[in-house]
Design a protein around this ligand. Structure first.
Ligand SMILES: [Zn+2]
Length: 111
């Protein structure tokens, strides 16, 4: 079993597969660990669908300003969204605000 806490943005492809140790893991079929700071109910959530990062965040990467390419997808989980930002190799977590927008939470997988 691969440790999903070690998942890196660069290893997630546009089809929602995580490439690790020579294997290809379909994240749509996995329980994805959610950092406790962004967690609302459960410590893992399922991926419900994938959306293009440049549609979710048209202004581009909040860290370096790079426009997201079509190769970057957002994992839409049950209550949060995960953006594997390959430009910075960062897993960016977004939580829904009461107004229905999404705000970035600055927490990594390991915390
Ligand atoms: Zn970036």
């Amino acid at each position: 079993m691969n440790d999903m806490h070690l998942m890196r943005a660069k290893d997630i492809d546009r089809n929602g597969y995580w490439h690790v140790n020579g294997c290809k893991i379909n994240l749509m079929e996995e329980s994805i660990p959610v950092p406790k700071q962004v967690r609302t109910v459960n410590d893992t959530e399922h991926c419900l669908m994938l959306v293009k990062a440049n549609e979710f965040i048209p202004e581009g990467c909040p860290d370096c300003g790079t426009q997201f390419s079509d190769d970057i997808v957002v994992l839409v989980l049950e209550t949060v969204r995960l953006v594997p930002a390959k430009c910075c190799d960062l897993m960016m977590w977004y939580v829904e605000t009461p107004t229905g927008n999404y705000e970035r939470e600055n927490y990594g997988m390991e915390t």
